[in-house]
Design a binder for this molecule. Structure first.
Ligand code: AMP
Length: 582
């Protein structure tokens, strides 16, 4: 590598309010979109990569998912590109269709104020028809998996002769999945004048060789992790889907014994939304973010200190350096974009020699960020389950008991009301216990003291954002869409969420062991203790035998034909309910 820029994101933390997206030299329309999205400051990888890409240099970025790397390449591409050409100007290669779709979504979000930009996802398993007609009409940005991109190049249906920007996203994953040859062919057969950005979580020799061979004097950018967390903070995480976060937070507020709390969100807009929802549920909560004037911010923090306010919903920038002893809990409503921010955030609790609690919400697709946090802080986080109806009710009953005990201490008031109750008992011939119960009914008012199990049914945790379902092949009930063509059969493998497997690991392992091709995979559903994978119905017994002996994360997968996906689903569900009842 010609030059190297190690970025110390802890350093970036010291002057965060000075560095804005505008400072990086991005186009005004892109800045406007970022304002809408509500990002406050560039992440470490963005701050380091964007100016270099805007200068036109090639980049090799060592960055994991969750660090903001998508914006790190998407924003400069959008800032520089000319729209309206027939042939694509930019191509992003991604290892999986899920990532390709995510990247497309990100491009569309950041391009909201650029007129006429078209972004096309191109991946295997999707019909050619739609892709062909879009390509014929002309697209600006293509985001795809290497195999399908190669298919189009071979067929002559994709013309990359005008390519200006090529991004390799998760390059190490692409190589692991057997795309090395395709990636090299694409690098070699596209204009030598193109700018290349290669992102990878690791830097194996093969990637070093590829970047030395095909990139032009690239700047290597790594984000150093310098982190230490104190041991007086208990760190837990909860796997939760995006839509369930507010409900999960409310349940946590019910059962956790908290004094003061900071809830961290990723965007300014989200601080306001969450604070508002908490207020609507009866909590004293306020939002602070970079847009809130300093005076107002100070006033809010003072309210938190004095106990007038219990919950502060904040972005990283707004809460930096906050030192309030009574913060007993930090909740990462959204995971931070780098591990240093995680350390800064949770350091807001456990002040002044006290103990603290940190709870992080992790959506299924953020598990890798969780691993990165555990690695960086060298501390495992403990998984917690969503507080159940019984948990919530037990806490409410304890509080109710405490309120009775406290009221009994006011002897004067008790003496007065004892006469009132005695009068009622004497005139209505009702036992005192029933009168006390009736008074409890009066006291609960319109809000029932106890929750009913029905109203609090456990929702499914399997999917992150069902709103995207129509795009990434999932059905309306939230599960991946099942194949109905008869080409696929559903197989069951003995690894699931508990083993932290991801679809890409399953595809990688089965493709390697069984000599399967990308098109041989249908829907993959990851459940708690097993996964369901659609594979060709006509697999030979030889292949099945080889696949059965495959290991994923060290565990034998014991692949077998699923005896009806439905029964498998059912057996998974009671486990969840059981957990609720624990
Ligand atoms: P990525 O690593 O690109 O997958 O991004 C991870 C998440 O961080 C995505 O949900 C982005 O929307 C979000 N994100 C990216 N950049 C920023 C930023 N500067 N501030 C806040 N959130 C961001």
């Amino acid at each position: 590598m010609a030059s190297e820029t190690p970025v110390d994101s802890a350093e970036a933390e010291t002057a965060p309010e000075k560095l804005t997206f505008a400072d990086l030299g991005l186009d005004a329309a892109v800045l406007k979109a970022l304002k809408d999205v509500g990002y406050e400051t560039p992440s470490a990888i963005q701050a380091a990569t964007i100016p270099v890409l805007l200068q036109g240099r090639d980049v090799v970025g060592l960055a994991q998912t969750g660090t903001g790397k998508t914006a790190a390449f998407a924003l400069p591409v959008l800032s520089q590109m000319e729209t309206g050409h027939k042939n694509p100007q930019a191509l992003v290669l991604a290892p999986t269709r899920e990532l390709a779709l995510q990247v497309c979504e990100a491009f569309e979000k950041y391009a909201a104020h650029i007129k006429g930009v078209s972004v096309l996802p191109v991946y295997g398993g999707q019909g050619y028809g739609q892709q062909l007609s879009a390509l014929r009409r002309g697209v600006d940005i293509v985001v795809g998996t290497p195999g399908r991109i190669m298919d189009h190049l071979d067929k002559g249906t994709l013309d990359l002769s005008e390519l200006k920007y090529l991004v390799l996203d998760e390059a190490d994953e692409m190589l692991k999945m057997g795309f090395a040859e395709d990636v090299e062919t694409i690098l070699a057969d596209t204009p030598s004048t193109k700018q290349v950005a290669l992102f990878s979580a690791t830097m194996p020799a093969q990637i070093r060789r590829i970047s030395a061979q095909y990139l032009n004097d690239p700047e290597e950018i790594t984000v150093k992790t310098k982190t230490a967390t104190s041991t007086n903070i208990a760190q837990r995480y909860l796997i939760v889907s995006y839509q369930q976060k507010i409900d999960a937070l409310t349940r946590i507020l019910e059962v956790e014994n908290f004094e003061g709390m900071i809830v961290f969100t990723r965007t300014k807009n989200e601080t306001e939304t969450v604070a508002e929802k908490l207020r609507a549920r009866g909590y004293t909560a306020a939002a602070i973010n970079g847009d809130v004037a300093q005076v107002q911010r100070e006033r809010t923090v003072n309210q938190l200190k004095s106990g007038k306010l219990d919950i502060l919903v904040a972005t990283d920038v707004a809460a930096r350096g906050l030192d309030v002893d009574r913060i007993s809990h930090v909740v990462n409503y959204d995971l931070p974009i780098d591990t240093e921010s995680y350390v800064h955030r949770i350091g807001r609790t456990g002040r002044a020699g006290r103990t603290g609690d940190a709870i992080s919400f992790v959506t299924p697709r953020e598990r890798r960020m969780l691993t990165a946090i555990e690695k960086a802080t060298r501390q495992p986080l403990t998984e917690m389950s969503l507080p159940s109806v019984d948990d919530v009710n037990a806490t409410r009953l304890t509080r109710f008991d405490d309120a009775i005990t406290a009221a009994l201490e006011d002897t004067a008031a008790i003496a007065t009301f004892r006469d009132v109750v005695a009068h009622y008992v004497a005139h209505h011939d009702v036992p005192e216990a029933d009168v006390a119960a009736a008074l409890a009914v009066v006291a609960q008012g319109d809000t029932p003291l106890l929750l009913e199990a029905e109203a609090f049914r456990q929702q499914r945790f399997d999917n992150d954002r069902p709103a995207r379902d129509s795009r990434d092949g999932a059905s309306r009930d939230g599960g991946p869409r099942r194949d109905t063509s008869g080409r696929f059969a559903t197989y069951r493998i003995a690894v699931g969420r508990r083993q932290r497997v991801e679809p890409r690991q399953i595809v990688g392992a089965l493709a390697n062991e069984g000599g399967l091709r990308r098109g041989d995979f249908g829907a993959i559903q990851i459940r708690q203790d097993f996964s369901l994978v659609e594979l060709p119905a006509d697999l030979s017994s030889d292949t099945i035998g080889r696949l059965a002996d495959t290991r994923i994360s060290g565990q034998l997968i014991d692949l077998r034909l699923d005896q009806g996906g439905r029964s498998a689903k059912r057996s998974d569900r009671p486990q969840r309910r059981d957990r609720d009842r624990d």
